[in-house]
Design a protein around this ligand. Structure first.
Ligand code: M6R
Length: 610
């Protein structure tokens, strides 16, 4: 996601900050900016696009100064545009802030600040922080105190760095849910969102914990809690090499992004659950709530992984919202004569928001009078802009060509949409509550799946010798079979075929022999017994079977040659868990075959041509 670098010391700040921003580029971003204290005041530069554009924007300007901040922004609130690029400032241009995370109560804070005469220049949630600092400083005349009081007022997640024109040699940093690390040097100190921009300067670091604030100066620093209690914690030494740092310590973006799963689900759900009323709060849909209430039919268009998410959504929406749903390949939608009217809602699911076929499908749907809704990860992307309303995934940038974390966030969004539409219709309060409560339990459950990583690695060693594989699933996990197989094909180039378990006997079973193993997704759900029968049929033909079963299941485990387990959850949410071991399995199969999972041959991250 976004990146932060701050420097305070004796050297010229701008080159250090720009170098830090270059080293943060791997995180993915759409714009970048700096705020440098010249000693007399703060000078800034911001640019949409790459850090190289920011470097150009800084060229020829004399910044001077030995303290400053830089930020790479990944848009969440407000499209990528210069006005939305950090650092943001207050009305008096006395405070500049660089923020990672989401301020949940930004709407109410903005209203309060507007009532006090503040004017806002951006569409971001972050800008309220700068205005709050201005407000508190006016009362207390202390940067530290203003920062503490500001932090007490904001709700949500933040990794934050702040500078003030009143204090040329000070950066204040704070953490709540988004990482902040201090880099400790000789006569200079650093603040960053991860250690990668620090490594060329120091390996001595101190990680802030949630609810902590650090005051950082060239020769010293101190850490307090938000209620001003001093925190004593020793520094650590980083041993990682620079390349690994870029990937947060992981060997590949693919693994890093799979491992971000728990955090991704938290971010997708944040601020959207009104659990006590069994309601999902989807701000993007507010403007057309009445129109959506009248929807009689849904068509979901998508490609690749997003299409598999759509197939899970189809089951969720039909079962709990009671609305007929059709899922269409975006690439075929335009070539049919889809029956669309004003009571049809056409949903486009796209991580990138730029997939040409999905975009064209949406344009066609609009031409025919449908209401369009985008489930998109990249803020301000074309599909996000061209759909009537939208729900952002908030999964953060997905850099690996393999879509992993975006997929589980798409499923979480679809579950929220199901509750939203369901509660407008017949879904009961108790069932709405139950779904939301269960959604909240998913992050630790995903963590639990990661405990099997070494086992998955060993299984990958065993299965890497096969040239073909079959993936089987039913009902909610019908799509998991297709998505699990797609991951294997894309990255390891092993031929893997997804198949609805009920379809197997209608042809595919002819392929089964001991050289053609099967991965069967068989959690303890309403189609469990049928899945067991299918597994038996494969075993009877000499096929090896790896089963994804629910924890505590003994029958499937007895039948299978190999087993991976997932924690129990609601049937409709089981695809969010079931795909995780399959993503890891595909990742390790790819490593076994000495291939690069981040950059599979012939594939592009975003398919912008038809
Ligand atoms: O950006 P989109 O979600 O629209 O992309 C759709 C597909 O191109 C994408 O999911 C593709 O299948 C991935 N490589 C899957 O890992």
């Amino acid at each position: 996601m976004c990146g932060i670098i701050g420097y305070v010391g004796k050297r010229e700040a701008l080159p250090i900050v720009l170098d830090g921003l270059h080293r943060l580029e791997y995180r993915g971003y759409d714009s970048a900016g700096v705020a440098i204290h010249s000693g007399k005041g703060i000078k800034t530069a911001r640019a949409v696009g790459k850090v190289a554009m920011l470097v150009e924007a800084c060229d020829g300007k004399n910044f001077g100064g030995t303290a400053g901040l830089g930020h790479t922004r990944w848009a969440t609130h407000g499209k990528p545009a210069e006005k939305n690029t950090h650092p943001h400032t207050d009305c008096t241009k006395s405070f500049y802030i660089a923020h990672n995370g989401i301020i949940e109560n930004h709407d109410e804070l903005r209203d309060e600040l507007r009532a006090k005469g503040h004017t806002f220049k951006s569409e971001t949630d972050s800008e309220v922080i700068a205005h709050l600092l201005e407000e508190e400083y006016r009362i207390f005349g202390s940067f530290e105190q203003a920062a503490q009081l500001t932090l007490q007022k904001i709700r949500g997640t933040y990794g934050l760095a702040m500078v003030s024109s009143y204090e040329p040699k000070k950066i204040i940093a704070a953490r709540m849910g988004a990482p902040i690390v201090l880099g400790l040097g000789e006569n200079e100190n650093f603040v960053a969102s991860d250690a990668s921009p620090l490594l060329s300067h120091t390996r001595t670091v101190l990680y802030l914990q949630d609810g902590e604030m650090a005051v950082v100066m060239p020769d010293s620093y101190f850490v307090t809690t938000l209620d001003n209690k001093v925190v004593e914690r020793g520094s650590e030494t980083i041993e990682w090499d620079a390349d690994k740092m870029q990937k947060g310590g992981y060997a590949h973006f693919t693994l890093k992004e799979i491992k971000e799963g728990p955090e991704v689900i938290e971010n997708t759900l944040r601020g959207r659950l009104i659990t006590e009323n069994g309601l999902a709060k989807l701000g993007g849909l507010q403007s057309i709530e009445a129109k959506i209430r009248a929807v009689k039919r849904i068509i979901i268009v998508a490609c690749g992984t997003a299409l598999h998410a759509a197939r899970v959504g189809e089951y969720m929406l039909e079962e709990y919202a009671g609305i007929p749903v059709e899922v269409e390949f975006s690439s075929e939608f335009r070539y049919r004569k889809p029956m669309i009217d004003v009571e049809t809602l056409v949903i486009a699911i796209s991580q990138s928001g730029e997939t040409a076929d999905t975009l064209e499908a949406i344009r066609e749907a609009k031409r025919k009078g449908a209401t369009t809704l985008g489930i998109v990860n990249v803020v301000g992307s074309t599909i996000a802009r061209e759909t009537d309303v939208g729900i952002y995934n908030h999964a953060g940038p997905e850099i690996s060509v393999l879509s992993t974390k975006a997929y589980i966030s798409q499923l979480a969004v679809l579950a929220l949409l199901t509750v939203f539409l369901g509660r407008q219709r017949q879904l009961s309060l108790s069932m709405g509550k139950r779904i939301l409560e269960e959604l909240e339990t998913l992050p630790p459950k995903i963590e639990k799946i990661f405990e099997q990583e070494q086992k998955i690695r060993k299984l990958a060693k065993r299965y890497a010798k096969y040239r073909h594989m079959l993936y089987l699933g039913r009902k909610y996990n019908f799509a998991t079979a297709y998505e699990g197989a797609l991951k294997v094909k894309e990255a390891s180039y092993i031929h893997a075929e997804g198949c609805g378990a009920g379809e197997m006997k209608h042809g595919f079973i002819a392929m089964i022999d001991k050289a053609f193993p099967t991965v069967a997704i068989a959690p303890s759900d309403s189609v469990y017994d049928k899945m067991l029968s299918n597994i038996q049929e494969i075993k009877a033909r000499g096929g090896r079977v790896l089963v994804i079963a629910s924890e505590g299941d003994t029958r499937a485990i007895k039948l299978a040659d190999d087993t991976l387990t997932i924690p129990k959850t609601l049937e409709m949410l089981s695809p969010i868990l079931a795909i995780v071991p399959l993503q890891l399995f595909a990742y390790y199969l790819t490593l076994e075959r000495k291939l690069d999972p981040d950059r599979p041959r012939n594939l592009a991250k975003s398919v912008t041509v038809e």
